[in-house]
Design a protein around this ligand. Structure first.
Ligand code: SF4
Length: 337
């Protein structure tokens, strides 16, 4: 069962830079939305068709009435910003909140993000009538850290589609409704690869990698392993200290391509390839995502310089076309063997 979708306390979120600890501390139930990849057209009256298909899928699902309409967005890219605008327009009576996210790291960025987190805590407190305290935030952060560690235990040995589905379940479900640890392993054989990109549909491109003989051992996607890779446990006594520390932790996460510090991203990618024993990288992103499109030539150059082969794929989220990609994927895997 997905977390109480009709519950008044459910709040939708969309980007892994959403500070879930604050939502938990306010007594809300954050539910990651993945949208309805099969009916993107339902969003066409509110969003241009040449926009991120994940964004269109989320709005399509929202319009069809499923899921909470209370929502917290992050101003992470143009697509997300447009989704926020459309959501606010469509659901004017619900709390629809936008958190700003700096592209840089460092002291100034941390102060700015901490201030954003403070505003969010206040807004949620006013909405729920439950003021977020330091005790609430510390408890919520500890529970989130336990959840992160329990994902890392549960995903051991899982690959590809199964691994991605597990990560998505950990993003979305209630604590009390988590899949048990130690599920059976995914693809046993296959060529070990790392999958990097923004956000993908497990039943589409990711399942087709499994079918082609890949063993996707690490999923550097924002609906995959990326947000579980580092802790966001804040330190401090007062609420201000905790929020400052939480902001630092979010900016220290394995960065996605919309963050400015590309060097850190490439270094992290290379280190992860070595740590998980991948023989190559499949770089797959959703159409119309400028951040990942512009990033690819530099990633490719960097990885190839380090002797790591890379294959570029594109997804439209519904992925009806993935059969046509199989030959390219199989040729890439053959080259890695
Ligand atoms: S790709 Fe980056 S900016 Fe976009 S939703 Fe994922 S984490 Fe957020």
């Amino acid at each position: 069962m997905i977390a109480a979708l009709d519950s008044e306390s459910a709040v939708a979120w969309f980007c892994t830079y959403t500070p879930l600890e604050i939502l938990d501390a306010a007594g809300l139930v954050p539910v990651r939305r993945y949208g309805d990849a099969g009916s993107l057209e339902s969003a066409d009256t509110l969003l241009h068709t040449a926009i991120c298909p994940y964004v269109r899928a989320c709005l399509a699902e929202g319009i069809q009435g499923e899921g909470p309409h209370q929502a917290v967005f992050v101003n992470s890219c143009d697509g997300m910003r447009r989704l926020y605008d459309a959501w606010r327009d469509r659901f004017p009576d619900d709390l629809v909140y936008l958190v700003d996210l700096p592209r840089n790291t460092g002291d100034g960025a941390e102060r700015l993000l901490a201030e954003e987190f403070r505003h969010l805590a206040r807004a949620l407190g006013e909405m729920t009538g439950h003021e977020v305290t330091a005790v609430d935030l510390r408890e919520a952060a500890l529970a989130r850290e336990e959840r992160r560690l329990s994902y890392l235990r549960a995903c051991e040995g899982l690959c590809g589609e199964k691994r991605l589905r597990l990560a998505m379940a950990f993003h979305s479900r209630l604590y009390t409704d988590m899949p048990p640890c130690g599920e059976p392993a995914g693809t046993a054989g296959g060529v070990p690869v790392l999958l990097s990109g923004n956000l993908l549909n497990p039943a589409g491109l990711v399942a087709s990698l499994d079918r082609a003989g890949a063993r996707v051992v690490w999923i550097d996607l924002c609906n995959g392993d990326r947000s579980f890779a580092t802790p966001t446990l804040p330190r401090g006594e007062s609420l201000d200290e905790l929020l400052g520390s939480l902001a630092r932790a979010y900016l220290d996460r394995h960065p996605c391509a919309r963050m400015a510090d590309a060097e850190r991203r490439y270094r992290t990618l290379e280190e992860t390839v070595a740590a998980v024993g991948a023989k190559g990288v499949v770089y797959a992103s959703l159409k119309f995502c400028d951040a990942y499109l512009y990033d690819f030539p530099r990633v490719q150059e960097r990885l190839e310089r380090a002797g790591i082969p890379v294959l570029r794929l594109e997804s439209d989220y519904a992925d009806g076309h993935v059969g046509q990609m199989l030959t390219r994927v199989e040729a890439f895997l053959e080259m890695l063997e």
